[in-house]
Design a protein around this ligand. Structure first.
Ligand code: CU
Length: 349
């Protein structure tokens, strides 16, 4: 309803302006001034230029103010604050320059509108002005790019800390799967040729490190501890997107990508912060990867480190809950006596 009213209002304003324009023409004919080259239409148009600029700008700021409630909440990762800061500094500079330059542009169109007897000044060049508006943007842009590069380096090139939790994320049409390395903190080897309906990760059970790997339905993360993601895809390009952590990294078939970050706010804390008791972090796919793309969502739960450790030890290794499959796989392809023994012990205990 409101939209309809606004639409009608805009139409009405346009209609009134049109009438004024026609009226101006008629009056000038009656007055006998229509021979003059400076008409009221010229003045109205000159006035409308800055008028629409101001109205349009006000509407943009008003609309953006209303959009703010859809913005992401405070970053839940350490590096997210750096990228947010970069984003807002850049946006502020761009907005300021946009308002200034366009303000001048529309004001000049009004100020120097055609008037009877006015004569244009011949002004072919001004080197000083040219230098100023080349050098200042060059310096500002260089500083912005350097700041961006520094931040990128800090996020992407830092060493993986000893205590980092390693998680493997695999994208496929159309689901995410995650693998934790288990108690030994070492992932078992994998081979894409071993992928089948049961063994979705293609884990190689001839590797003893594979025996305690587990694949939960949700991603659990410890607050305050670095997390190292190892990202893979099996079919097409997918993209690991965790907006609340300001994290995005493509999942590429045949090539492992990675991301190191530190969660700083637990799910519970974020629920309090956002005032939304149903808030959940999520992993989504940002690559339009096919028909079921929308289904690529996985919940992320951030908990305090002690709670995380408890959860971690409670998880059942995949090999344990798929014992028959693993035994068969091992017998078919070779030996992993240590692994088999471990499984047997589990069974008898
Ligand atoms: Cu996808």
């Amino acid at each position: 309803m409101l939209k309809l009213l606004i639409g009608l209002g805009v139409l009405l304003v346009l209609f009134v302006l049109f009438l004024l324009f026609r009226l101006g023409g008629t009056v000038s004919v009656v007055k006998g001034t229509h021979k003059k080259r400076e008409t009221s239409a010229n003045n109205i148009n000159a006035f409308l230029l800055p008028f629409f600029f101001i109205v349009g700008l006000a509407a943009v700021f008003w609309y953006n103010g209303h959009l703010a409630e859809h913005f992401l909440p405070e970053s839940a990762s350490e590096h997210g604050h750096w990228t947010d800061e970069l984003f807002w500094v850049t946006t502020a500079i761009i907005s300021l320059v946009f308002v200034l330059t366009n303000g001048v542009l529309f004001y000049f169109a009004y100020r120097y509108r055609f008037r009877e007897g006015n004569k244009a000044t011949f002004y072919p060049e001004n080197n000083k002005l040219e230098i100023i508006w080349t050098v200042i943007p060059a310096i500002v842009l260089t500083l912005l790019v350097l700041a961006g590069l520094r931040t990128w380096g800090k996020i992407m090139l830092s060493d993986i800390p000893e205590n980092a939790l390693q998680i493997e994320i695999k994208g496929k049409q159309f689901a995410w799967e995650v693998r934790y390395p288990g108690k030994d903190n070492e992932f078992g080897a994998y081979d894409f040729r071993l992928i089948d309906a049961t063994n979705q990760f293609g884990v190689d059970f001839l590797d003893k490190n594979a025996m305690d790997d587990f694949m939960p339905r949700k991603i659990y993360l410890p607050k305050g501890r670095p997390v190292f993601l190892r990202i893979r895809a099996v079919d097409v390009l997918h993209s690991v997107f965790m907006p609340h952590f300001r994290l995005k990294m493509d999942a590429v078939p045949g090539m492992e990508t990675q991301f190191l970050f530190t969660p700083t706010i637990t799910t519970e804390e974020m629920r309090t912060k956002t005032g939304n008791p149903e808030f959940d972090y999520e992993l989504a796919c940002t690559e339009i990867c096919g028909r079921g793309h929308f289904a690529m969502r996985m919940e992320i739960v951030v908990v305090e480190e002690s709670e995380f450790d408890k959860w971690y030890t409670e998880q059942t290794p995949w090999a344990e809950s798929n014992m028959d499959y693993v035994k068969e796989a091992i017998q078919k392809r070779g030996t992993n006596q240590a692994g088999l023994k471990k499984l047997e012990n589990k069974k008898s205990s």
